[in-house]
Write a protein that binds this ligand. Structure first.
Ligand code: MD3
Ligand code: FE
Length: 218
């Protein structure tokens, strides 16, 4: 099979770039050379702005725990979704974006055909077994011409990728430790989600999945 999304990463006959849709590219294992740097930086960020379960405008606590780094962070509370330069929990600016983060996001975006992408916000999602992120669009950013770059670390997840309407059929892709995906063009506004994380143990993160999403929010 050509471009099998379920192929073994260690199989050198498999192409490492997979096109998921118009403008969406999956770079398998792209973050593996910097995995330890990324994980160490996440620990430092979380020591300053801890992971928390934010509340949706509808009043439900999200099962995914989140924090941010960069000039602005994505937040939700009873008053709505927004990007905020200040962490509402600590009332301090979010931790700065580490160079290892911005370098990776800029390189991956360029690789996918978006040269000059400079993220100003990075949302960090933490999943434990059973945690999910229901089908949604990312549309709180100012300029949808800028792509979003995502990095998966730790336990694998199933990624649901739909279309521009909530009712569009979804295609699923496995996202594994080290995978980087770039979402631009029409796919930038497509519905997507992560069904309940399966239990497991990852050598680097234990029973956890971490996901970085780099955005041009401001
Ligand atoms: C497709 N995160 O943070 S990463 C999110 O795995 C989010 O934590 C998921 O959806 C996660 O908003 C999915 C893949 C992803 C991220 C952003 C996208 C796919 C996207 C934006 C537009 C289209
Ligand atoms: Fe999203």
């Amino acid at each position: 099979m050509i471009n099998d999304p379920f192929a073994d990463l260690s199989d050198p006959s498999q192409p490492s770039h997979l096109r998921m849709g118009d403008g969406a590219l999956l770079l398998r294992g792209y973050a593996l050379p910097v995995e330890d740097e990324l994980l160490g930086a996440i620990t430092e960020i979380a020591a300053q702005s801890p992971f928390r379960n934010m509340v949706t405008p509808g009043g439900y606590a999200m099962s995914v725990a989140m924090t941010n780094c960069g000039a602005a962070g994505w937040v939700t509370d009873r008053s709505g979704y927004r990007y905020d330069p200040v962490d509402p929990e600590t009332r301090r600016p979010w931790p700065a974006m580490p160079d290892s983060f911005s370098r990776l996001a800029t390189e991956a975006a360029a690789e996918a055909g978006y040269p000059g992408f400079r993220p100003d916000a990075c949302l960090i999602n933490r999943y434990t077994p059973g945690t999910r992120l229901s089908l949604h669009q990312d549309k709180d950013e100012r300029d949808f011409a800028k792509p979003i770059v995502s990095v998966s670390l730790g336990l694998p997840a199933t990624f649901q990728f739909g279309g521009s309407k909530r009712s569009d059929p979804v295609v699923t892709y496995p996202l594994r430790h080290g995978d980087v995906a770039v979402w631009g063009g029409p796919s930038r506004l497509f519905f997507h989600g992560i069904p309940a994380l399966k239990d497991g143990e990852h050598p680097k993160t234990g029973r956890m999945r971490l996901n970085l999403t780099f955005r041009g929010a401001l």
